[in-house]
Ligand binder design. Sequence first.
Ligand code: C2E
Ligand code: CA
Ligand code: CA
Ligand code: CA
Length: 270
Amino acid sequence: YWLVYFLLLCLIAAGIVYYYNTRHDLQKMLVVGCKKNEFIPYYQPIMSLDDKLQGVEVLVRWKLSDGSLLLPAYFIEVAEQMEVINEITITLVKKVQADFRRYSSNYNRKVFCAFNLTAQQIENKSFINLLILTLKKEENFVPSFEITERQHFNNLALAKANIRRLQEQGYQVKLDDAGTGYGGFSYFMDFNLDGVKIDKMFIDVIGVDDVKVEVLNSIIMMAKRLGIDIVAEGVETQQQVDFLRKHNIDYIQGYYYSKPVPFKDLNFDN
Ligand code: C2E
Ligand code: CA
Ligand code: CA
Ligand code: CA
């Protein structure tokens, strides 16, 4: 038995070493990728209930030197714990504004453009300063922000003040991944957010799990009582769209309408 225990311990140790090595490699690759300017924006349409494109969400993609695109699932968690996430966000803001300028003949009305921010970024005063400085006011380009509920806030007062500063610039701030985090809805009361994005997890249960739909119903009810916008993400089926229409939520986003695409492939006609 000693031998079995010993071998098991060796295996676990090897696993831990392997994990930290790959993590360390990824950290180094992220820094290099940042220097080489390899992070690019993709855009997913956000529709109103009358099937009109009202906004887009900016979703980062890592364009490797061989031309392949890496999804956030492979790197964003590690990036979010490093300084590079700030560089990535600022790079995206610049590239997004360049896209809106370059293709401005593709559209002739205001569309909002939502960037993802981490809890740490919202608590970082100098980052928010840089963000506000980088964003240029332009016609038909309306920046907004999504802050995820998945991460802890360490300094609620500072987060609140920075959210306020973004709102004073005329930028909306919404709670992302609503229902999945630690905070529940306590944030709403305190942060005075403009809206809530219901996570795909709660959209998936429509027509599938009646008990979990009750949770979805309560999120919708709460947001309505607060009078803030409701966005549903990860909407894939007609049944889900019908349900969300019935509940008169504000915006729908998901593969039902479109996957994330490069700016030139966005369709502003409807
Ligand atoms: P998220 O903010 O919850 O974004 C929604 C994710 O769901 C996106 O995945 C989107 O492509 C995907 N999605 C949208 N509609 C559907 C659908 O109908 N079906 C399915 N199966 N998926 C759908 P993506 O682009 O892979 O991004 C994953 C996560 O990475 C995002 O989740 C967000 O947390 C993070 N992320 C993306 N861009 C950024 C960024 O610039 N900064 C930070 N900090 N995080 C980012
Ligand atoms: Ca988001
Ligand atoms: Ca989500
Ligand atoms: Ca509304």
